[in-house]
Write a protein that binds this ligand. Structure first.
Ligand code: ADP
Ligand code: MG
Length: 272
């Protein structure tokens, strides 16, 4: 059997961080246009927060960033998404390879409940088609759990089922599963919405620790959370007859303290 140790990515230099940039991205479900020319730079090693009311296209945008949008029946898109200046939609580029470099964590923690903690982490590798030897596998599981801030809580019970963990621990387990593949980018769609405040703060601590190691894009409805975890922020808005678009984007501190657009001011101050 061949043994392949996963690298952060097939093409990037080790140690070099990758940024992501959308250029004029529009999206449709059938004839319903849900995003209109969204251009956003998500700088390498930073946390970018996407905020805005429900239905303005944040999750759709996130799915476009790792080629999951095209898995939805009737979905279409226009524009470019650049990872290290190369379009992830370039002709011939394989979606699976893109998804290996750009991982996703969802709102509801979704570990395999009956599978052991260790196997849950390793399942990310299996899904990505990465083979590792036994020794490497154990080390990778440990490293991923450490990175996700879960190792100290589970190191003595790696063979217990993932479903036995608390909600917050399950979410960090899902983060560990994504990290095991060695992604350059981690997309998080409201990762704390299903968690209590204490678990939320623990996940935020993990995000803070991951900052600088990889590039993170997080959707959140929690304005305090956006301010605590992100360095840059984009405010999305849609109305009944206009698709979602970015009203304003910039450094998080500036967007909250000195918004340019009155709609941003209303939203970040809870007047929406
Ligand atoms: P947000 O995450 O900001 O709440 P979404 O990206 O989930 O927004 O949704 C944006 C718009 O796209 C909404 O009008 C929603 O109804 C529509 N939409 C989302 N997913 C689908 C789908 N699978 N099929 C059809 N319409 C969808
Ligand atoms: Mg959403």
């Amino acid at each position: 059997m061949t043994t392949t140790v996963p690298q952060p990515s097939a093409t990037a230099d080790p140690g070099r961080l990758s940024g992501l940039e959308s250029r004029s991205v529009s999206a449709w479900f059938g004839s319903h246009k849900v995003l209109e020319r969204v251009s956003l730079a998500m700088p390498a090693g930073e946390v970018t927060a996407l905020i805005g009311p429900s239905g303005c296209g944040k999750s759709t945008f996130l799915r476009i960033l790792n080629r999951m949008h095209e898995m939805v029946r009737g979905a279409a898109l226009a524009g470019e998404v650049l990872l290290d200046d190369e379009d992830i939609y370039r002709h011939g580029r394989r979606p699976a390879e893109v998804r290996r470099r750009i991982g996703m964590v969802f709102q509801r923690p979704n570990p395999f409940p009956a599978m052991s903690i260790a196997d849950n982490v390793a399942s990310g590798l299996k899904l990505a088609g990465i083979k590792v030897g036994r020794e490497h596998r154990d080390q990778l599981i440990e490293d991923s759990l450490r990175q996700a801030g879960l190792w100290n809580e589970v190191s003595g019970r790696l063979s217990t089922p993932g479903g036995a963990l608390s909600g917050g621990q399950q979410q960090r387990l899902c983060i560990a599963r994504s990290l095991a593949v060695g992604p350059d980018i981690l997309l998080m769609d409201e990762p704390c919405s299903a968690l209590d405040p204490t678990s939320t703060r623990r996940v935020e601590k993990t995000i803070a620790e991951l900052r600088g190691q990889l590039t993170i894009v997080i959707v959140t409805h929690n304005m305090q959370q956006a301010q605590r975890v992100s360095q840059s922020c984009a405010f999305f808005l849609a109305s009944h007859d206009t698709p979602g678009r970015i009203v304003e984007a910039g450094p998080t501190e500036r967007l909250f303290s000195d918004p340019v657009d009155p709609r941003t001011a209303d939203y970040v101050n809870g007047r929406f």
